[in-house]
Design a protein around this ligand. Sequence first.
Ligand code: ATP
Ligand code: MG
Ligand code: MG
Length: 352
Amino acid sequence: GDTVGILGGGQLGRMMATAAAALGLKTHIFCPDEDAPAYDVAAARTIAAYDDEAALERFARAVDVVTYEFENVPGRTASVLARLVPLRPGALCLATAQDRIAEKSFVADLGIGTAPFRAVDGEADLAEALEALGAPAILKTRRFGYDGKGQVRIGPGDRPKDAHAELGGAPAILEGFVAFSKEISIIAARGADGAFAAYEPCLNEHRGGILHRTSLPAGIPDALADKAIAAARRIAEALDYVGVITVEMFVVDGDEDILVNEIAPRVHNSGHWTIEGAETSQFEQHIRAVCGWPLGSTRRRGEVEMINLIGDEIGTWPAILAEPGAHLHHYGKANARPGRKMGHVTRVVPHR
Ligand code: ATP
Ligand code: MG
Ligand code: MG
């Protein structure tokens, strides 16, 4: 078969579909939005809700494998699809990454460090958790958070009750505040045959909770890079993972150790640099993996930086176009709302 089904039609789905086309494959996007960025580059689309089972069944029969660009695929959607067609990564990967408690418990059970954490379902839990972890701490919704949305910092003088109210009283996790020196991520792939290939760790800088810049090399010791990649591999193997996986980590203890922050069961914004900066892009790598093909080389081509174009910043695109060696990616979204990821630019200084 030669058609890859993709749930979600944002920029990640769009870049996956572009990579698939370069490999001679067709893509079919399933997304509820009328004007999703990925439709422009896909061979087929289904505009329907994720709980429309008849539409899901038709979609599953029209494709050879199903993957996704976002981790909040409902469990029911995953199981309807997985009955009819291979779903990669599988349902366990989704369930683990969707819930911050399941995710951190899973990572900790593998003997990999995380921030200290407690589940918070009500006021009593929060008082107890805060007592155990101390302030400052971060209260996050267990599900659906992204770009720093759905989380509040609780400082020493703050009233925990207000923090939980700010999250609408949703089921939450309290995490001890990690005094990290850097944030890195590991983008890696695991093939259907168990092959594993990781990119080098990348350094991530956030602004207002949103990824601003990713750069390589990350400037961490080789031994720590190896440790971070080994942790990502253990996670991927324990999930029987197929596809590209992203593991966000904090660098701690004077650049000697890492703690896992979260797992994204998909290609990731911090991996966009691979399009021009590595021998195989994360999108091609993901398509190769979910199609059961051999993985490509993850070798880096030089010093790399990727900068996100958020909201109005997309307006700088003419200047980026005029800059030799700057690679512009414009996602083609009509409405540049504040905080919305509209595009990115990558610069590579080749190895001499
Ligand atoms: P993403 O958009 O990456 O999915 P998210 O909304 O799921 O983000 P996190 O990655 O958990 O949220 O947190 C966002 C950022 O907040 C982190 O990148 C980090 O800078 C900071 N942060 C999160 N948890 C902690 C912590 N326990 N200690 C210190 N800083 C933290
Ligand atoms: Mg997240
Ligand atoms: Mg994150």
